[in-house]
Design a protein around this ligand. Structure first.
Ligand code: G6P
Ligand code: ZN
Length: 547
């Protein structure tokens, strides 16, 4: 009989979960009691007044396989037993992608789940680790919950844990830990079944059979096993379609972020005459996606717009969409589709959690962010492989190339030419000063170069479902013709500050749609740099990443 031990502890400062949970270096997490304190704060916060409401409940646990994943999972399972959970469901090998976790939490109506990931940040003993709690609806905890967790972590005096040998995380089936059941389950099966219910697998299978070729770059992160099972085993894509498919604790030394810079192997594979028809990549924990055609890059904003316009080709969305939601810095391309479909377009702050209320209330079906996130009401996280499968469904049904589909879309709707410029690792004080400076500008009615300013503000959002208000979500400078520049500080970086500048211009003239965005946006890019005094304030003359 395993015995419950109460361990005396003292609070750590800074256990404040951000947009996507608590993210710190492994060295921080591996301090004695650090992880345990946070997990106890989660259990105390979700357990109601007495903390006892977790008794008899089921918890889902899994992560992206990065260094420290298994160690953390062993501790969490033993603490779940110590706190009276009836059951923990854990993905085999400790593996569970973020969208699959959301799927399983919802499907088995559990009391939420704990996901171990630092998303697209590098992994390994000297790199990042992360932990977050998702609520029973399957999505990230809303601010009220993360604030309660933080508050609890600051006064915590002890945690409860069962003393027992480690569990076998690689053996499917049930094990016991005292009174608690630990069920090790196949992390792919439920998720794959959900995908099969949403998309036209026969049409995609027929496309692969007919010679359609793709490359999926799992970046040695969590989506490898999912992509091999779904793309190669179930849909019949040739073996080797999935690149870097084995999850590694350090992601093979790479940076598992699916963008043009970090997914360069994929970009190279999609370049030139012999290249496959379609390319895609996902990030560390499987919620982001990047989509490419042969010699063609699809921006996340365009991807959402194109998927929305073609959604009814997919069985799961054949009845049409209830609405489309996008984060504020995402381009307005999806809004144009919504207008044409006669459905609402929602503009939320950055962060997937803001879509949750809209999805729960049936106000939106598809949602997306410029930060390589796309998803729908099938789960409450963004979903990398889902986006890839939706594209495959559309490609298999339309039988046109990615480039043809996107350029036809621009022709019909006009093009929201778009680019994001990141200035990474800048001095945090300088970054704050820059934002403060922008906040103080009164630009309405002024001209900047060829552009007249319609308004400028610091984006604030009132949730139309629960009425909660979020302020200071990014500086917008919006021009009379709908063009705009947006400035935000990243909420996910771990070193210094990262300034993101989003530049967008609407181009109705299809004769100009082929232009490189950096050329088409050159004057707005200069306006943005001058306005924010980027060089003077940060010492940077060029961004570190352009997407
Ligand atoms: C995470 C969230 C996304 C959000 C992104 C913003 O990935 O899950 O919903 O869009 O962070 O990142 P940033 O670095 O721009 O704050
Ligand atoms: Zn992620």
């Amino acid at each position: 009989m395993a015995s419950v031990k109460t361990v005396v502890t003292t609070p750590f400062s800074g256990q404040k979960p951000g947009t996507s949970g608590l993210r710190k270096k492994v060295a921080v997490f591996s301090q004695p009691h650090y992880l345990e304190n946070f997990v106890q704060a989660v259990f105390d916060s979700i357990g109601g007044e007495t903390g006892g409401e977790v008794a008899g409940k089921t918890l889902v646990v899994g992560g992206d396989g990065r260094y420290y994943n298994r160690t953390a999972i062993q501790a969490i399972i033993k603490m779940a037993a110590g706190n009276g959970f009836a059951k923990v469901m854990v993905g085999r090998g400790g593996i569970l992608s973020t969208p699959a976790a959301s799927c399983v939490i919802r499907k088995y109506k559990t009391f939420g789940g704990i996901i171990l990931s630092a998303s697209h940040n590098p992994g390994g003993p000297t790199e990042d680790f992360g932990i977050k709690y998702n609520i029973p609806a399957g999505g990230p905890a809303p601010e009220a919950v993360t604030e309660a967790i933080h508050a609890r972590s600051q006064v915590i005096g002890s945690y409860k844990i069962v003393e027992a040998p480690d569990l076998d995380l690689d053996k499917l089936g049930e094990q016991r830990l005292g009174d608690m059941v630990v069920q090790v389950f196949d992390p792919v099966a439920d998720y794959a079944a959900l995908m099969e219910s949403l998309f036209d697998f026969p049409a995609i299978r027929a496309a692969f059979k007919g010679g359609f070729r793709m490359k999926f770059d799992a970046m040695h992160a969590v989506t490898g096993p999912y992509a091999v099972e779904i793309l190669e085993n179930r849909l019949g894509a040739p073996k080797g379609t999935v690149m870097n498919g084995v999850p590694l604790e350090d992601f093979g030394g790479g940076h598992p972020d699916p963008n043009l810079v970090h997914a360069h192997d994929l970009v190279e594979a999609l370049t030139g005459d012999g290249a496959p028809d379609f390319g895609a990549a996902s990030d560390g924990d499987g919620d982001r996606n990047m989509v490419l055609g042969r010699d063609f890059y699809v921006t996340p904003s365009d991807s959402l717009a194109v998927l929305a316009a073609n959604a009814t080709l997919c069985p799961g969305y054949a009845q049409g969409l209830k609405g489309i939601a996008r984060s504020m810095p995402t381009s307005a391309a999806p809004d144009r589709v919504a207008a044409k479909l006669g459905i609402p377009a929602w503009e939320t702050p950055t962060g997937w959690k803001f879509f949750g209320t809209l999805l729960d209330a049936g106000k939106a079906t598809l949602c997306g962010e410029e930060s390589f996130g796309t998803g729908s009401d099938h789960v409450r996280e963004k979903d990398g492989l889902w986006a890839v499968l939706m594209w495959l469904n559309v490609l298999a049904r339309r039988k046109e190339s990615v480039a043809d589909i996107v350029t036809a879309h621009w022709k019909e709707y006009g093009r929201n030419v778009y680019s994001r410029h990141d200035y990474e690792g800048i001095d945090a004080k300088a970054a704050d000063g820059l934002m403060e400076h922008l906040r103080g500008l009164a630009l309405k009615g002024k001209r900047l170069g060829a552009y007249a300013v319609a308004f400028n503000d610091d984006f604030a959002y009132t949730d139309p479902v629960d009425g909660s208000v979020s302020t200071k979500q990014g500086i917008r400078v919006v021009f009379e013709d709908g063009s705009r520049v947006v400035f935000r500080l990243s909420g996910t970086g771990t070193e210094g500050a990262t300034l993101r500048v989003y530049i967008e211009r609407y181009e109705p003239d299809s004769a100009k749609h082929h232009l490189d965005p950096q050329t088409a946006l050159a004057d707005l890019i200069k306006i943005a740099r001058d306005l924010a005094e980027i060089e003077a304030r940060t010492g940077r003359t060029e961004p570190t990443v352009i997407t």
